[in-house]
Ligand binder design. Structure first.
Ligand code: NAI
Length: 285
């Protein structure tokens, strides 16, 4: 689509990947709203973006549905319409599954999956209503596609948002809204600080010891892609209408192996029933 003059809304847009995406979309001539739970991130991001009137920074906790609607109203009041929604805000816990508390599950799923659901329910009707077309990008992760140990909560949530984009794509494409799952490998960001925004009622974690061990285990940030690199990759994916926006060729073998393993697992020794196949295709058209 033709981006200049249109409006993007990026959750978690004040740091890391979200800020990289905001930068790229601003560079493509869009108005950009960055929505983030952290005021300090918003303040420094506004300075870094230096986009003047084309940038709106709003405080938003993506798990708060009322706040989401209020913020969407404010964006429409300033820019008129919202064309691109980037559901990017995310947090993480890492460690053995058996140590996870309910609060670990609820916090990560609440932000990463619940926040994405809130974005879709709040914004999709608004995007469809103006009829100018649009794009929804969800920041998932390479770990949604390639099994990575110790990330059960995080990766299963990322698989859920990837699946949302896969399901919504054929449904919405005929109506002018393209859906994309952005699945990056590691990117330089502040996600290691995510616990600072963890709500008090979900503070009970099974990973305190694992976090301490990891914090003293070295810093590999120099090996990661930059927010600018992935921001440009997302822009390219939007311009090319890509369903899967992937990065990091280091994961190519893993992605291939998953495809081959699922293909090999299909029960092919029973004959295909053409009537069932046709009915299935009609039902879900
Ligand atoms: P980051 O911590 O630098 O940026 C995330 C932003 O989201 C922060 O500004 C934070 O304040 C905000 N945020 C957190 N909870 C929020 C909430 N409830 N409501 C609104 N804003 C909230 O982290 P990063 O790495 O840039 O993360 C962005 C997305 O990318 C996440 O969904 C993450 O899971 C995903 N991702 C990150 C990778 C990495 O290596 N950094 C790799 C793959 C995916």
């Amino acid at each position: 689509q033709n981006l200049p003059g249109k409006t993007a809304f990026v959750t978690g847009g004040a740091s890391g990947i979200g800020l990289g995406i905001a930068k790229a979309l601003l560079g493509a001539g869009m108005n950009v709203t960055i929505a983030d739970i952290r005021q300090d991130h918003l303040d420094s991001a506004v300075e870094e973006l230096a986009g003047g009137e084309r940038v709106l920074a709003v405080k938003l906790d993506v798990t708060n549905r009322e706040q989401f609607a209020t913020v969407a109203d404010a964006v429409e009041a300033k820019f008129g319409k919202i064309h691109i929604l980037v559901n990017n805000a995310g947090v993480a816990v890492v460690g053995p599954t058996e140590l996870a508390t309910f609060a670990d599950w609820d916090w990560v799923m609440g932000v990463n999956v619940g926040g994405t659901i809130n974005g879709i329910v709040t914004m999709l009707p608004r995007i469809l209503a103006h009829g100018e077309g649009g794009h929804i990008v969800c920041t998932a992760s390479m770990s949604a596609l390639v099994p990575v140990g110790m990330t059960t909560i995080y990766s299963s949530g990322k698989a859920a948002v990837t699946s949302m984009m896969e399901c919504m794509r054929p449904e919405l494409e005929p109506r002018g809204v393209i859906c994309s799952a952005f699945c990056p490998g590691a990117v330089q960001s502040n996600i290691a600080d995510a616990a600072k925004t963890r709500p008090a009622d979900l503070a009970d974690t099974g990973y305190a010891e694992a976090d301490k061990r990891r914090a003293s285990g070295g810093n590999f940030m120099h090996l990661y892609q930059t927010k600018e690199q992935v921001g440009e990759r997302v822009l390219e994916g939007i311009l090319n209408d890509e369903l899967y926006i992937l990065t990091h060729s280091e994961f190519l073998t893993g992605v291939e192996e998953r495809g081959l393993a699922t293909t090999a697992a299909v029960q092919t020794h029973l004959p295909e029933n053409p009537e069932y196949k046709q009915t299935f295709a009609m039902l879900f058209r």
